[in-house]
Design a protein around this ligand. Structure first.
Ligand code: AMP
Length: 248
């Protein structure tokens, strides 16, 4: 990866980290990178370290051949798609922990998740050495955790967060949506509707009345603050958030 990028370092390099199963949310990040950087790198790596259960990891949708075609069509110059054994060789033992931001909300329900995210992102940043990295506001806590990592460890790169891309019915696009049955998908629509109230109590009532299993629905003091929620629809766990006005 380093050798391939060497000729392009004089101008800006943008990195879009993904776990593949590309959808329009990923494409909006690639489009921003394409518009703002000379060279666009997309990483494609289903990071075992950020999954709690092997069931979720093994069941994660994968379609590398299609992802490569979609990425090329979207104008990605390089795809970095390492094996898990390359990123985590035997005796790998160094981890990055964003102590406070990584422990609340998603972090409280998925212990070790943000340790996995922070570690793999720092490793990807070190390998690619991008000027700008692109992330989705869909994962608002991931953005907050990574901004903290970048500041705390004095990384020389800029993080750009792009708005959540939604289906026409309001459901935030997610690689996990393919796992929803038609009735589950209808039920899942309660999530964006509940968040649209922008009120944690009203949102919780709507989610509980619909029969959804709520992990949390809380105002998160990120920049900007968001109303964030995680619910389970059948065996699929969905997260979403809406940005709140600064003064609300
Ligand atoms: P993933 O492949 O799910 O790890 O996501 C890769 C990147 O795409 C992350 O920065 C996500 O926040 C972002 N992303 C995922 N879904 C969406 C969406 N619906 N809208 C915008 N960005 C998204």
């Amino acid at each position: 990866m380093r050798t391939a990028l060497e000729p392009w370092r004089a101008e800006s390099i943008g990195l879009v980290p993904t776990m593949g199963a590309l959808h329009a949310g990923h494409l909006s990040l690639i489009a921003a990178a394409r518009a703002e950087c000379s060279t666009v790198v997309m990483s494609l790596f289903v990071n075992p370290a950020q999954f709690g259960s092997s069931g979720d990891l093994n069941g994660y949708p994968r379609d590398e051949a299609n992802d490569l075609a979609v990425a090329a069509e979207a104008g990605v110059d390089f795809v970095f798609a390492p094996d898990a054994s390359e990123m985590y060789p035997t005796r790998f033992q160094t981890w990055v922990e964003v102590a406070e931001l990584g422990a609340v909300l998603e972090g409280a329900h998925r212990p070790g998740h943000f340790r996995g995210v922070a570690t793999i992102c720092l490793k990807l940043f070190n390998i690619v050495r991008p000027d700008v990295v692109y992330f989705g506001q869909k994962d608002a806590q991931q953005v907050a955790v990574l901004r903290q990592l970048i500041a705390d460890l004095a990384l020389e790169l800029e993080l750009r967060a792009l708005p959540t891309v939604r289906d026409r019915d309001g459901l935030a696009l997610s690689s996990r949506n393919v796992r929803l049955s038609p009735p589950e998908r209808t039920l899942a629509l309660t999530l964006p509707r509940a968040l649209a109230t922008r009120d944690p109590e009203s949102a919780r009532s709507l989610l509980v009345e619909a029969g959804l299993d709520v992990d949390y629905v809380e105002i998160a003091p990120f920049d900007p603050p968001v109303l964030a929620a995680a619910v389970r629809v059948g065996s699929t766990r969905l997260i979403d958030n809406v940005t709140l006005e600064e003064d609300s």
